[in-house]
Design a protein around this ligand. Sequence first.
Ligand code: NAD
Length: 272
Amino acid sequence: MVNDIKIVAVIGAGFLGKQIASQTAFYDYTLRIYDVQTEMLEILVKKIKRKKKKKGAVGEVTYHIDLAEAVTDADLIIEAVPERLELKKKIFSQIEEAAPPHAIIATNSSSIPVSRIEEAVKRKDKVMNMHFYHQGIPMVDIMKGTETSDDTFEKGKKFVESIEFTPLVVKKECYGFVFNRLWRACKKEALEIWAGGYADIETVDTAWKIFTGMSFGPFTLMDNIGLDTVYNVEMSYYKESGDPRDKPPQALKDMIDRGELGAKTKKGFYTY
Ligand SMILES: NC(=O)c1ccc[n+]([C@@H]2O[C@H](COP(=O)([O-])OP(=O)(O)OC[C@H]3O[C@@H](n4cnc5c(N)ncnc54)[C@H](O)[C@@H]3O)[C@@H](O)[C@H]2O)c1
């Protein structure tokens, strides 16, 4: 545990929020969970409590149907609501109203730098990006806003280490953080090879597997992430740069329009 952080609140318990809460629960933190979809919270908390007990970790786990109640005594609040700037700003400002002045507010956004959210709060020295990866990949990009203090950043870094994930320090604001940028370069080239008809998806995946020793290649990974998500992320890079070379291929959009979204629809680049 990080000395100054004892109570962690997770705001938004969807795909990523659930994973962040589950990982945090393995350690001796008190955990508060809030989501607007209240019906699943009870089951989620029961599941997390069972995991915590099995691991022998202490600290209560509670769910809340009121945001203010969830953050009122929190030391660290991790926001994981959908990727919409205005929503994130609204949530940050609600947190600001109810959380103690010392609390750190972190966003799990996959693409929005906290500098674009921070205007919603006064405590600009206590905000940061804390970008967790899906499926428990044990690393977290951490990035400052325009006024984030070294103390806040250090506490955030220590928190990530305390839950046995590796912090990836982003030294200055950068769209895509650290690993997402690397993955993006690989994904973009893979899509161009496929859409341009230069090689089959199997060839690309095989090359990647041989080179890296991994058991899957970029097309399998894209199928697992969901092709709609892949497309939206590529579009956000394109909107950010305005460079036509960053626009995802039309063939990917055509797949999405046909409802071929990857593993979740049993058809994407591969058939499941
Ligand atoms: N999906 C990924 O692989 C991934 C990876 C890293 C980061 N992220 C980021 O994590 C965040 C959440 O993504 P996700 O995939 O978990 O989305 P999701 O849709 O699965 O979950 C979002 C949750 O937020 C809840 N929510 C909506 N409005 C709310 C509100 N006003 N207050 C509280 N809760 C609210 C929803 O009910 C839902 O449970 C996004 O910023 C996303 O960019 C996602």
